[in-house]
Design a protein around this ligand. Structure first.
Ligand code: DQA
Length: 144
């Protein structure tokens, strides 16, 4: 049983990027903790981060061939711009949960709209990296 975690642009800078907003954990720290949690729940967690829209789309397509039960995705800046990444998720029809570290509704108005939320099983924002934990647990509980 496999789940997939996808992180979009600039999230490779976590830990150093605006820590007041995004926290002090690096993406490697977060991925490691989540892999352990998934393992405890009986799942293998695959992880992917890219700064490139096409690479993110290709990764979503590949998930269809890998028997991925669910996707946790933080589309980062592409949340607010990418019809193409949205269409990829709709195309593979794998259930997904959208996560944002920060509360996007507390921030600039251009962050208030997401191209993903109306397709997502659920949306979590403002809870920091724990948001990924809740999303993962939710997908795991739906599959087991
Ligand atoms: C983000 C919020 C987005 O608005 C922003 O562009 C990001 C990260 C978050 O996790 O809070 O890069 O998705």
């Amino acid at each position: 049983k496999k789940l997939l975690l996808i992180n979009g642009p600039n999230l490779n800078l976590l830990g150093t990027r605006e820590p007041g907003i995004y926290g002090h954990m690096t993406l490697a720290d977060i991925e490691k903790a989540l892999k352990n949690i998934a393992f405890t729940d009986g799942f293998e967690l695959l992880t992917f981060q890219s700064n490139h829209e096409g690479a993110l789309i290709d990764r979503v397509h590949k998930a269809k061939t890998e028997d991925i039960a669910g996707i946790v995705i933080n589309p980062a800046g592409y949340t607010h711009t990418s019809v193409a990444l949205r269409d990829a998720l709709a195309g593979v029809a794998i259930p997904f949960i959208e996560v944002h570290l920060s509360n996007i509704y507390k921030r600039e108005s251009f962050r208030h709209h997401s191209y993903f939320s109306d397709l997502a099983e659920g949306v979590i924002c403002g809870l920091g990296w724990q948001g990924y934990v809740y999303a993962l647990r939710q997908l795991a509980s739906k599959q087991s």
